[in-house]
Write a protein that binds this ligand. Structure first.
Ligand SMILES: Nc1nc2c(ncn2[C@@H]2O[C@H](COP(=O)(O)OP(=O)(O)OP(=O)(O)O)[C@@H](O)[C@H]2O)c(=O)[nH]1
Ligand SMILES: [Mg+2]
Length: 488
């Protein structure tokens, strides 16, 4: 009957769901120093593989007076000895998780070397390659690709926002989402295939296909919603690009230096000092910022300066946030001229989201300044105007408070319950998935076989994100981040 066939189909698609890479290497027992190299209070050496218990038997039990194998998942203080010479190497904690052993030893160079050498002397044991523990966890279905990426990001996270983002992903936030969707697609695929194989009863067929149609439409809107995130996750992961722009000699480089708290860029009274783009990474209020200083915008015959201005314009175009700096004293002195003598190159680069800074306020008195602020607001397209001085530091605190608030407003992820897309790779596959689903919906009425093919395509696209198809390439790239697992 239809329902029996459907059940069979469901079982079938569930079985092919997990595509595993089975390499013979996963039979070796591997070990490595998991903590950073160098002198430290504690070093952790991890041993993984089918014979990992051998390490405990040969290096812990041999000398132990209480010859009991450690209770799983419970730290036990023991002597650690060389398996061949019996020499005592250290006294440390031994942890046993079935198939994985951990020795927590004193982090001295010689202690660590001694224990690693001792492990290497056990038959069938070898040093792990870079990223091999993670590779194994993936192969054994303990982690999916997004979780592996999350762990790599966690190791690289430099700001609180990046840490939150990575942790959520490492904990399976994306995996859960994509697996749920993929499961739904698989179930619908089973329904469609059942109709194809058993499409005799018109009533059942229409009913089933209508149901599938509704469910896929619903999923399309959910995926669209998920993708409609202003790329927050990707931007936070890579760093928020902020570009400082404006005419020459207004204090752009001075401002960069003030934020960086060091002389990152050359400052001089000569207009046209900065030529190249100077980018530095900063942590502002817990957000990762990549801030770029640029050449002052003006017409020039100097080919080097012109090249600098082209680079400046490109950086302005790619910026997530633009900060335009002007000299308040220059503006004030040209208050009777049209547009305050504002160069069109600078004026045109501004938009309503640009943050405008009137620098050098130390050169104006209060009345001049408030007069300037009042009339200048009418001229520029932005609502965000700050007066400050890079020399006295006045006004910078107010600017930073506003800046952090607006970052939080734009990129905050701490209240978000679901994980965010953090890589272009995720987005590409999601787009591919959506394309397949839309094609499926379009074909459903005319050609069921082709429609089913589109659904399969969409399902595979989701599978690529979590790593159930063509994964080695991605894993190898990620492995580079797991330097702590690597030791010569
Ligand atoms: N009085 C005063 N001088 C400033 C202030 N900020 C910068 N300056 C001076 O203005 C001059 C130009 O500063 P820069 O930071 O090199 O200006 P810039 O916008 O990077 O200039 P270019 O690289 O030529 O485009 C230098 O002499 C600075 O010392 C300020 O707030 N007050
Ligand atoms: Mg400069």
């Amino acid at each position: 009957s239809f329902s029996r066939l459907l059940n069979y189909k469901l079982k079938y698609v569930k079985n092919v769901r997990h595509y595993k890479t089975n390499n013979s290497q996963s039979q070796d027992t591997i070990f490595a120093l998991s903590t950073a190299q160098g002198k430290a209070g504690i070093a952790i050496i991890r041993i993984s593989g089918p014979n990992a218990s051998q390490a405990v038997k040969e290096m812990v039990l041999k000398q132990s007076l209480k010859k009991k194998f450690p209770i799983p998942r419970k730290a036990t203080g023991r002597f650690i000895v060389h398996p061949i010479t019996g020499e005592m190497l250290d006294h440390g904690l031994v942890l046993w998780f079935p198939d994985i052993a951990e020795f927590h030893i004193h982090g001295g160079t010689s202690v660590v070397r001694g224990v690693l050498d001792a492990l290497g002397s056990i038959e069938g044991f070898r040093h792990a390659e870079c990223g091999e523990f993670t590779h194994r966890a993936f192969d054994n279905d303990k982690l999916d690709l997004t979780e592996v990426e999350g762990i790599a990001d966690l190791l690289n996270a430099e700001t609180e926002a990046q840490r939150r983002l990575a942790l959520r992903q490492a904990q399976g936030g994306l995996k859960h989402l994509y697996d749920t969707w993929r499961q739904q697609l698989i179930e619908n695929m089973a329904l469609v295939e059942a109709v194809i194989d058993f499409g005799e009863d018109e009533n059942i067929e229409d009913e089933v296909l209508n149901q599938v149609n509704e469910r896929i439409k619903h999923l399309v809107s959910i995926i669209q919603n998920h993708m409609n995130d202003n790329r927050r996750g990707e931007i936070l992961r890579d760093g928020i690009h902020v570009t400082i722009m404006g005419p020459p000699n207004v204090g752009k480089s001075s401002f960069l230096n003030y934020l960086a708290q060091r002389q990152a860029a050359i400052v001089s009274p000569i207009p046209g000092t900065t030529r190249d783009v100077i980018e530095i990474s900063l942590n502002i209020g817990g957000y990762p910022i990549i801030i770029g200083d640029t050449a002052g915008l003006r017409k020039s015959d100097d080919i080097i300066e012109m090249e600098g201005i082209i680079r400046a314009k490109n950086l302005i175009l790619s910026a997530e946030i633009k900060i335009c700096i002007l000299s308040s004293v220059d503006i004030f002195n040209s208050k009777n001229n049209s547009l305050f003598n504002l160069d069109p190159m600078t004026y045109n680069a501004m938009d309503k989201n640009t943050i405008l800074i009137l620098n050098k306020t130390d050169l104006l008195n209060k009345t001049e300044l408030s007069y300037l602020k009042e009339i200048f607001t009418e001229v520029v397209p932005t609502n965000y105007i700050f007066c400050l001085s890079c020399v006295t530091g006045e006004g910078i605190k107010e600017f930073l408070e506003f800046f952090v608030t607006s970052l939080r407003h734009k990129y905050d992820d701490s209240t978000s319950q679901v994980a965010l897309i953090t890589q272009a790779r995720h987005r590409e596959h999601l787009n591919e998935c959506l394309k397949g689903l839309r094609n499926f919906l379009g074909r459903l009425q005319n050609d069921l076989v082709l429609a089913a093919e589109e659904l399969r395509h969409a399902t595979n696209a989701l599978g690529k994100i979590t790593g159930r198809v063509s994964v080695d390439e991605i894993l190898n790239n990620i492995s580079k981040d797991f330097t702590n697992e690597f030791q010569q």
